[in-house]
Design a protein around this ligand. Structure first.
Ligand code: SF4
Length: 214
């Protein structure tokens, strides 16, 4: 029977992406192959327990909600996540996956909405970006740049131009919560007429930013 190592499953409000504000079930998988400077989910690097697919499904059935996000850590580290996503799509769930973009997205079920990062310079993980992943993003997928400095912003702006990303998928810009002011980022976006969606990590404003499971 298939199983995955799960850090936590919880029901909350989606804090990011174009799904922000919607009730959502989060399945957080254990382990990550990156170590971003601004990581806020380090507890997912090692803590978790093995759960079979029926156990995972029993848990999510407790909530009257059809939107599920698979997150981490880095959820694609565990290959069986592909089977889980397909089964959840077959059962009629809208499935989102949040990935760092450091592992292949090519084989993700096409019904899944991929929310993928391109790591910026201040993450110190830019060398892990797999640019070949860009080829597999659909118009309904979302590409996220987490901006921690003006250098990050300029890099993101130029990368969008270089890879002609404007019409490829939805583009999200957010700030590193503690190190770059939302106003500063919005000013830069407006100055350059950049066709991206600015977003705040909504959950960090609703709850204490250090609280887990929200
Ligand atoms: S990819 Fe995500 S979970 Fe992994 S270190 Fe970076 S921010 Fe943390």
């Amino acid at each position: 029977m298939h199983s995955l190592n799960i850090n936590e499953i919880y029901y909350s409000v989606q804090g990011e992406s174009t799904y922000a504000g919607l009730p959502c079930i989060f399945i957080r998988l254990t382990w990550c192959n990156l170590r971003c400077t601004y990581c806020d989910t380090e507890y997912a690097f090692y803590e978790g327990k093995e759960m079979t697919f029926p156990e995972i499904k029993d848990e999510i059935k407790k909530y009257d909600c059809r939107l599920v996000e698979i997150t981490g850590g880095e959820p694609l580290v565990q290959k069986r996540v592909h089977n889980l996503m397909t089964e959840l799509c077959d059962e009629g769930y809208t499935v989102l996956i949040e990935t760092s973009g450091s592992l292949p997205v090519r084989d993700i079920d096409k019904r899944v909405v991929v929310i993928m990062d391109l790591k910026t310079p201040s993450s110190a993980m830019m060398h892990k970006n797999r640019y070949e992943n860009l080829e597999y993003l659909k118009p309904t997928d979302e590409l996220k740049f987490v901006i921690g400095s003006e250098e990050d912003y300029i890099w993101a702006r130029e990368t969008i131009k270089q890879y002609q990303l404007t019409d490829k998928c939805r583009l999200l810009f957010s700030t590193v919560f503690t190190s770059f002011s939302p106003k500063e980022l919005v000013d830069l976006i407006l100055r350059d007429h950049l066709p991206v969606r600015f977003q705040l990590q909504m959950h960090k404003y609703i709850w204490d930013p250090s609280i887990k499971g929200v």
